[in-house]
Design a protein around this ligand. Structure first.
Ligand code: GRF
Length: 193
């Protein structure tokens, strides 16, 4: 049997995308989540990882002299886990150039808009504010910019006629929770076959 495809997830918040990855992908078809890292010790994502028996690590900005030092510690940990791919799932820190270069085309992110439209924070609010009729979800490689890396896949989400934010958020997250695990599965197949 071929070796498993190893995934590290980085998350800062509630971790619903992490949960979708754990539920839909972890331990199936040769894909294994080998670690969950966070900048926030209290992140709910870490609880989800522990509940699934996945190793966790925390890299709080306050404990490192600068971003490069923190990124380097995180990179060492990721490599020690033997990761083939790093998936950002609501990870709220910028990754420095050295980290990105070290893991070029091995770090992906999920973003709640059709990039290049609405990059950065509150992409759902930006789409509503701009009067858009359609938004969506993008999975892309991470480069040195903010949400600027090469797009891997996108899926549209219609903005509801009443433009209700909660309804739209729910629809976008439902698409994220399908599309992100699907995309990781696709990458894993490509890299392990
Ligand atoms: C998601 O909307 C994702 O697209 C964005 O951050 C959010 C994370 O949510 N990058 P969660 O922590 O996975 O619930």
């Amino acid at each position: 049997m071929s070796e498993s495809f190893k995934l590290v997830v980085l998350a800062s918040g509630t971790g619903t995308n992490l949960q979708a990855i754990l539920d839909r992908l972890h331990g199936r078809e040769g894909v294994e989540v080998v670690g969950v890292g966070s900048d926030r010790p209290g992140a709910k994502a870490l609880e989800r990882a522990r509940a699934a028996g996945v190793e966790t690590a925390v890299f709080p900005p306050a404990e490192y002299a600068d971003r490069a030092t923190r990124d380097a510690a995180m990179a060492e940990w990721i490599e020690s886990r033997g990761a083939d791919l790093v998936a950002l799932a609501g990870y709220m820190q910028l990754l420095g150039g050295e980290f990105v270069a070290r893991f070029r085309h091995r770090v992906i992110n999920v973003h709640p808009a059709l990039l290049p439209s609405f990059p950065g924070l509150d992409a759902i609010g930006q789409a509503l504010e701009a009067g858009a009729e359609v938004t969506g979800v993008t999975v892309h490689f991470v480069d040195e910019g903010v949400d600027t890396g090469p797009v891997i896949v996108q899926r549209e989400v219609a903005i509801p006629a009443d433009r209700d934010r909660a309804t739209l958020e729910e629809a976008v997250h439902a698409v994220e929770h399908e599309l992100y695990p699907e995309t990781i599965r696709m990458i894993a197949r490509g890299m392990t076959s």
